[in-house]
Structures are given as structure tokens and as C-alpha cells.
Design a protein around this ligand. Structure first.
Ligand code: NAD
Length: 272
């Protein structure tokens, strides 16, 4: 009997794969038998991660790349095709926040560093659009059914204090996901599906300072998050890859344009 979750024949490209959630995702998909091409700007972190994968017998290759450069992405796509023959899945994992695009407690919107706001918008939004264009074109030549998964966030739909640039960028990701889903479905039927995951609160390098005090205790902000989360805890990074596995598998063959929350109920809770 066919396994609707079988992804073993797929070549999966993961951007930002030296990072926390994107790295966990790359690992999970490789463990499920996919061939994974890991892309990141940071060569040192990338090399270390690819070495771990290869030591554990996983099918993986590493590619230093930049999601903000059409030229570099085109070269990376050629490299991946030369090594693996086709591209079936793109996980747009490169993304994140930066302090200048955030409003600290004692500041207001008038203190925003607009250049940092631009950078956060570019990394998250343009940094998902350009790889989708580069690898989407290659997907049209693949013998397999293909898909793209973007990373949204709770900040896209629930207004979360301070994180202005990041929220604006992730709202753009939701729109880009739906727009690309419509476009690919209209122009290529079910050849390329496009979905997104919206992780709730996971402690990572970008938000550790906001959620954990230097002494390791939870900040006041953390307590607010936990109180708003019916499951009463933060997410753990292995909880993201399973949802992505489903979204890229044949089991989700009629699912496109969806943004799936992985948030312990944060987004559906009234707080009462
Ligand atoms: P991370 O910060 O751990 O890793 C991001 C990676 O992207 C880094 O390895 C970095 O080197 C790489 N990168 C940065 N600029 C790049 C560029 N121009 N080209 C290529 N690579 C580049 O992030 P993560 O925790 O793995 O998050 C993955 C995605 O999930 C991001 O979009 C993030 O915004 C989103 N997200 C994270 C959380 C969370 O709580 N951690 C919650 C919601 C959404």
C-alpha cells in the first residue's frame, strides 16, 4: 500500500538551514528519507551541520548561498540540480528579526530605525520570494509533484508589542503564500503547492533576550505568552518539522495557500 507520507524520493532545499527551526526541519526531513540541500549564508555553521548529517548517514549537501541575491541563488540552483538531478521542495527557512526594527520598552514608534525595518522586511519577504522564483522554475522541470513552505509567525495576525518590522514582514509572508499558491495552481494545476507554517513561541537565538532573563528565569513577557497559550508552555523545535513533513507529502496533495499555526492554541484563545 502507498504511504501518503512518503517523501523518500524528494529533493528538498532548505534555506537558513544552519538555524534552529530550519535546521531541525532539514534534519527531520532527511531522517524521513528525503535528500536535503542545506543553504545558509554562514559557512562555518553550515559546514558543521552538513558534517553531522553526513556522519549520521543522511542524504545531505551544503551550499553557501544568499537568499537576497538572484544571481547567487541561480548558481546555487544549478549546483543542486547538478548534484541531485531535480528540485521538488523549497523550505524558506531563512528569516528573523533584528533589534533596530523592534521598539524597546522605553521607546516609541518614532524611534524606529527605518534602515533596520527595511532589512527585516527584505530578509523575510524578499528572502522568500527570490528563492521561490529561482527554485520554482526548476520545480516545473521535476518529474515529481512539488511544493514550497514559508515561515510565518503569530506576529503576522496577532498584534504583538515591540516587534514592528518582523510583524509587518510576516504579514507579507501570509499574503505571499496565498498569492503564490493561487498563481502556481492557476498556471500549473497541482504541480506546485505553496503553504506556510506559523510557529508560536519557540525560544531561539532571535528572541531569547526577550523571553529569558540573564539568570535563566522567565521574563514578564514570557509569563504573558504562557498565560495566553492554552497548552501552558513554549513550543519545542521538534514540533515544527512534523507539520512541514505533512505539508510537503502526498497526503496534502489538495492543500495550498494555507498558513498552519503550530502554537499550542495561542492564536485561538480569547484569554478568558
Ligand atoms: P535562526 O535565526 O536560528 O536561523 C536563521 C538562519 O538564516 C541563520 O543560520 C542565518 O545564518 C541564515 N541567514 C540569515 N540571512 C541569510 C541570507 N541572506 N541568506 C541565507 N541564509 C541567511 O532562525 P530559525 O529559528 O531557524 O527560524 C526559521 C524561521 O522561522 C524564520 O523565518 C523565523 O523568523 C521563523 N520563526 C521563528 C520562531 C522562533 O520562535 N524561533 C517563531 C516563529 C517564526
Amino acid at each position: 500500500m502507498n504511504n501518503p507520507f512518503d517523501i523518500s524520493g524528494l529533493v528538498v532545499v532548505v534555506t537558513g538551514a544552519a538555524g534552529v527551526l530550519a535546521g531541525q526541519t532539514a534534519r527531520h526531513l532527511a531522517e524521513q528519507g528525503a535528500t536535503v540541500a542545506l543553504l545558509d549564508l554562514n559557512k562555518e555553521k553550515l559546514d558543521a551541520r552538513v558534517a553531522e548529517f553526513q556522519k549520521d548517514g543522511l542524504k545531505a549537501s551544503g551550499h553557501v548561498s544568499n537568499v537576497l541575491s538572484e544571481e547567487i541563488l541561480a548558481k546555487t540552483c544549478e549546483e543542486v540540480l547538478a548534484l541531485h538531478g531535480h528540485v521538488d521542495v523549497l523550505i524558506n527557512g531563512a528569516g528573523g528579526n533584528m533589534p533596530g526594527a523592534t521598539i524597546p520598552p522605553e521607546k516609541t514608534i518614532f524611534d524606529l530605525k527605518v534602515e533596520d525595518w527595511d532589512k527585516v522586511l527584505a530578509l523575510n519577504l524578499k528572502g522568500s520570494l527570490l528563492p521561490s522564483m529561482a527554485f520554482g522554475k526548476a520545480m516545473l522541470q521535476s518529474p515529481n509533484k512539488c511544493s514550497i513552505v514559508n515561515f510565518s509567525s503569530m506576529a503576522a495576525t496577532r498584534m504583538i508589542t515591540r516587534v514592528l518590522g518582523y510583524s509587518n514582514a510576516k504579514a507579507g509572508i501570509d499574503n505571499l503564500t496565498r498569492w503564490m499558491a493561487m498563481e502556481f495552481a492557476r498556471t500549473s494545476g497541482d504541480k506546485i503547492r505553496v503553504n506556510a507554517v506559523a510557529p508560536g513561541f519557540f525560544i531561539g537565538d532571535q528572541n531569547r533576550g526577550l523571553l529569558i532573563n540573564p539568570d535563566g528565569s522567565l521574563t514578564e513577557r514570557s509569563h504573558k505568552v504562557i498565560n495566553q497559550t492554552p497548552m501552558g508552555r513554549f513550543g519545542e523545535s521538534p514540533e515544527v518539522p512534523g507539520t512541514i513533513h505533512y505539508l510537503i507529502s502526498p497526503a496534502a496533495s489538495f492543500v495550498t495557500g494555507q498558513i498552519v499555526a503550530i502554537d499550542g492554541g495561542f492564536s485561538i484563545f480569547s484569554g478568558v
